[in-house]
Write a protein that binds this ligand. Structure first.
Ligand code: ADP
Length: 539
């Protein structure tokens, strides 16, 4: 029989993360490029004071534990305050992705039953429309002060007026750590958005995982470029206070030049985002001929990272790249790529080959790959199968859905096809629905895209399977050229043959001005497949 431990069972809650930062790192800064343009500066002590005012204000609005309070907002200090005040009083912060189609926004708000919506003034018409369309939505509040309220919104309640009369101290209640703190819907890339309801416990444990994964320390100045409306900005708003690291928020200005100057001026040391964001920044870094002065490392994930991007950061600008993998359902951090000590002596080019893998699990995340019958496959770096995960910050059920997303033995099946090698490095070869099934063999669309993006004349590439009379599907390469040169299929083949097996070579190449980008900044293959549904390869 086991013996019960005799330690306190203090609940792991979100509000104490900020209280800790206020107490021990009170003057550490939080800088935001405001929606109106100028930089806004605050620190953890003042933020905590305002969060306590907001807690009182939410209660005065009638928000009760368990209620959903929605946001339609960029990455700003006010959004951060909402994260903490809403969860701190036991309610649920529902972050809505403003890039979703309007019908889906209305759907997620209704599905969540959100009662109040806080919105950045950029989204005023949207907020007004949603208020009319969503019966549960009782109130909308503009995230600004009276002076910055647009004329068309005259009379509408502003955030600053809402919190102004409230006291600066509030006793954070203690409740069960499994209580819901925030709610984020999947982005609909794979169907109707589904609600992922994060618990306080999951968010706090994820924060510990996150600081070790990105090696955050108290001297860091961290910029989550990933939006706060997408999986809690990868958990950075919770993890940075736990470490006492300074934070920088980009507001709505996420283009290369804006990011560069913000990072440069504020001395950002570590930044996190999806590959499409880094393309803009890298292009600007090339124009400037330098990196933002203090930038030491970037974490790139959410979609496959082009090798050319890793090379540019590492070799041209001496910025460490950490590739990572995760999903909305995993809060999101699952794996992060750090080099094992034994690989540190390898030449940089060989290290980059390893860095192209998504990385190794952080403690707390268990991974396995299984074949079509569910049999567990070996970690040999070759056997490819469906990736399954489990852990304290992995989803158990979707919000208001009866059917369990778990296997009978308690694992969550991702939609990713992957290999795991002997060191535990995960390599995502595809999303299950994107993999190209050519004559019974699998072709990794991600590896092929990546190889194509190494071509000097290609800026962006996507590969989809197009119908083929003999092989069922063959790869079609769709490219955005860098300049005026459009390499022929033969020239593409001559380049790719150095990198991929001969039978993977695409049967055709098409050039386009841009690729469809989804609400979370990823290339939307569903749209591409739709566009090229009737595609016929030249025979
Ligand atoms: P969506 O499903 O709408 O894209 P998520 O943000 O939850 O929303 O996406 C998670 C998915 O993104 C993963 O299942 C995987 O397919 C993809 N992904 C995340 N990180 C990586 C990565 N580093 N490399 C390749 N794919 C990735």
């Amino acid at each position: 029989m086991t013996l019960a431990g005799l330690m306190m069972g203090r609940p792991l809650l979100v509000a104490p993360l900020l209280r800790y930062a206020a107490d021990y790192h009170g003057d550490t800064t939080i800088v935001t490029r405001s929606v109106e343009g100028p930089l806004h500066r605050t620190n953890y002590a003042d933020t905590h004071a305002r969060v306590q005012k907001l807690a009182h204000a939410l209660i005065a609005l009638g928000i009760k534990p368990g209620d959903r309070v929605a946001t339609l907002a960029w990455n700003t200090w006010r959004h951060l305050e909402l994260y903490y005040a809403v969860a701190g009083i036991g309610a649920v912060c529902h972050t809505v992705n403003p890039r979703l189609p309007v019908v889906q926004m209305a759907y997620v708000l209704s599905h969540a039953g959100s009662r109040v919506l806080f919105f950045d003034t950029t989204f005023l018409p949207l907020a007004v429309g949603l208020k009319a369309a969503v019966p549960t939505l009782e109130k909308v509040v503009a995230l600004c002060d009276a002076a910055n309220l647009p004329a068309e919104a005259k009379g509408m309640l502003t955030y600053e007026e809402l919190i102004a009369p409230q006291p600066e101290t509030y006793e954070w209640p203690e409740f069960n750590e499994n209580t819901a703190a925030s709610l984020c819907y999947t982005s609909g890339t794979t169907g109707i958005p589904k609600g992922v309801l994060y618990s306080h416990r999951a968010l706090v444990l994820h924060s510990y995982g996150m600081i070790s994964a990105v090696r955050m320390n108290v001297e860091d100045i961290v910029l989550p470029v990933v939006p706060m409306f997408h999986v809690n900005a990868w958990g950075i708003p919770y993890a940075a206070p736990l470490m006492g690291a300074a934070q920088v928020y980009a507001g709505r200005a996420m283009d290369g030049p804006s990011l560069f100057s913000l990072m440069d001026e504020e001395g950002v040391t570590c930044a996190l985002g999806v590959p499409t964001i880094w393309m803009g920044l890298l292009a600007h870094m090339k124009t400037m001929g330098r990196k933002p002065k203090a930038l030491r490392r970037v974490v790139i994930g959410g979609a496959a990272v082009p090798e050319a991007m890793v090379r540019a950061f590492e070799l041209d600008f001496d910025v460490d790249v950490h590739h990572g993998w995760g999903m909305t359902e995993t809060t999101p951090m699952g794996v992060i790529n750090t080099l094992k000590p034994k690989y540190k002596s390898l030449p940089r080019a060989a290290q980059i080959d390893i860095k192209m893998k998504q990385g190794r699990a952080i403690f707390g995340v268990d991974m396995r790959i299984v074949d079509e019958k569910g049999a567990v496959l070996p970690h040999d770096g070759v056997s490819a199968g469906l990736l399954q995960v489990r852990g304290p910050w992995v989803i158990k059920s979707y919000f208001k859905e009866e059917a369990s997303p778990l296997t009978e033995d308690g694992w969550f099946s991702t939609a990713d096809i992957a290999t795991l090698d002997g060191d535990g490095y995960l390599h995502i070869t595809d999303r299950a629905k994107d993999i190209i099934k050519s004559g019974g063999e699998w072709i990794s669309s991600l590896d092929l895209e990546n190889a194509a993006m190494g071509h000097p004349d290609i800026a962006l590439a996507a590969v989809i399977g197009a119908e083929h009379p003999r092989w069922l599907e063959r790869p079609l390469l769709i490219c955005v050229p860098k300049g005026d040169v459009r390499p022929t299929l033969e020239q593409i083949h001559a380049y790719l043959i150095q990198k991929v097996p001969k039978w993977w070579l695409p049967d055709a190449v098409e050039y386009v001005a841009s690729l469809p980008i989804g609400p979370t900044g990823k290339v939307q293959k569903t749209t591409l497949r739709e566009q090229y549904r009737a595609y016929k390869f030249a025979s």
